[in-house]
Structure formats: C-alpha cells, structure tokens
Ligand binder design. Structure first.
Ligand code: SAH
Length: 260
C-alpha cells in the first residue's frame, strides 16, 4: 500500500466520486484517496468492489439505503464526517458517479467548511455520461446534438421542480440531448410534459445499472417511454436519455431490451 499523499491529510475530508458502477472507471486519484483513508463513509450507489483499494485497517461505514432500509439522514452523515475529521482521521466520503452531480456534494462541503474543516473533491464519471456511452452513443454530435442537459426528475420536496414543457421546447430548438437522473418514479408526468415540445417519435433510452454486469437498457421513443418502462420492469437506478443522438441505435435496437 502506498503511503498517504500529503493532500489526503488527517483531519480533512475528501469527497470522492466512485463512478457509475464499473470499478475500472475509478480515477487514479480516487484510488489513491480511497487507499489513504482511515475512515470511509460510503453511499448506497457505490459498488463495494471499489473498497478493494481501501486500507485493511480503515473503518468503513455504509451510510446509504440498502435492502429497503431508510437512508441515513443527511444531518447524521454530516455529523459523522465532522466527528471523524475532528478526531484526526483521513476521511473519505465515497459517492456514486460524481460528487457534484446530484450528489449533494455542494451541501456537504458548505457544512464542513462552515465548521472549519478542510475539504477537497475528486471527480468521478457521472452515471449519465457512462450510461450513454454504454449504448455506444455520443452525448453530443455535430449533426444531432449541440449540447447536453443533465437534469433531475426528482425535485427537492416543496420545490416547484422542472418546467419540462419549456425544457422540451429548448431541447428541440437548441438540439440538446436530455439526460434525466432519478426520472423513473415521475416518468408518467415527465413523458406527458416533454410531449408538449418534442415529437412522440423522438428516440429515448432507459439504462438501468449502467456499466455493471447486470446493466439493462431499452431503446424506444418518447411516446412509448412509460409503456416500455412498465413492460420491461425497469427501475431505479436508471437514467433516461432523450434525443436524436440515439437515432442510430434506435433504428438498430428498435424497441429491444437486452439483459446483459
Ligand atoms: N452523483 C451521481 C448521481 C446521484 S443521483 C452521479 O454523478 O452519477 C442517483 C441517480 O443517478 C439514480 O437515481 C440514477 O438516475 C443515476 N444513477 C446512478 N448510478 C447509476 C447507474 N449505474 N446506472 C444508471 N443510473 C444511475
């Protein structure tokens, strides 16, 4: 085991992106941070295989929802990080994908910094990027997509949420690929609203457990999205991708579901 590098100092917290699932998609820096940690706080979407890089003496705490249990409340996680840092531990907070993409990394950093704790972030490959690549499709294409929108289908309670109708019109006019995280439970509403601005035959893909051995995907159309999710029993964690970059794969797959 390499000795801890100076940047992973006792008394500090490093938020580390563990990537979408495939442990080979970890960055070298993430591997070093995991190896340097004396305490690891691990989210539920993190593949346990990445813990192979941890020091055998490190304390590993799973703070996510597994097996239907309620997830550990955020306030408690914040407190655990703070306590471990104050005890002089090298704290690594492992998060699925990238810590700053729907990972509440921003909130955790603010909390730690307010308490005077040194924090740094190691990027990870976000699920939306990896999921689209897993289909062999680019997120942008000079002919079909001039940009990408990563968007959540699950707004904070009390938040008005996304104006999907406006987004659909923008995606159409500006040629944007939409990558929707946490969109399965709100799929009916999202589909209906997107249909206001996008054609029913707009290609759409749902990718569940992207980059893992049990990845499943369905390539369909916006008009058939909900039906496809229900018929194929697709569930969380999944991303929904909408846009013309999928045209090639849509033609080839024509509503086909493959179980890896
Ligand atoms: N920070 C994470 C996202 C956390 S939000 C990242 O950058 O990837 C959790 C959502 O991410 C899930 O509901 C799902 O929409 C998506 N997600 C995470 N891992 C995934 C995977 N392996 N396959 C498909 N979607 C995934």
């Amino acid at each position: 085991m390499k000795p801890p590098l100076p940047e992973f100092r006792p008394g500090t917290v490093t938020l580390v992106g563990a990537g979408p699932g495939d442990p080979e998609l970890l960055t070298l820096k993430a591997v070093r941070a995991i190896g340097a940690a004396t305490v690891l706080l691990v989210d539920d979407l993190v593949n346990d295989a990445v813990l192979e890089h941890a020091n055998p003496n490190a304390r590993i705490v799973h703070v996510g929802k597994r097996g239907g249990c309620k997830s550990t409340p955020q306030a408690f996680i914040d407190k655990l990080m703070l306590m471990a840092a104050r005890e002089g531990e090298v704290v690594v907070r492992l998060k699925g994908g990238d810590p700053f993409v729907f990972g509440r990394g921003g909130e955790e950093i603010e909390h730690l910094q307010a308490e005077g704790i040194g924090v740094q972030v190691v990027n990870g490959i976000t699920a939306g990027l990896a999921a689209v690549t897993a289909l062999g499709v680019p997120l942008t294409h000079r002919d079909h997509a001039h940009g990408v929108v990563f968007i959540t289908g699950h707004a904070k309670p009390g938040d008005a949420g996304t104006d999907w109708r406006a987004l659909a019109a923008t995606a159409r006019d500006a040629k944007l690929t939409l990558v929707i995280y946490m969109g399965i439970s709100g799929a009916a509403h999202i589909q209906q609203a997107l249909l206001d601005g996008l054609h029913a035959d707009t290609p759409l893909a749902i990718i569940q457990h992207a980059t893992l051995a049990h990845q499943r995907e369905a390539v369909t159309t916006l008009g058939d999205m909900l039906h496809t999710i229900e018929r194929e029993g697709l569930g969380s964690p999944a991303v929904i991708v909408v846009g013309d970059v999928l045209r090639g794969v849509a033609a080839a797959h024509a509503d086909l579901v493959r179980a890896a």
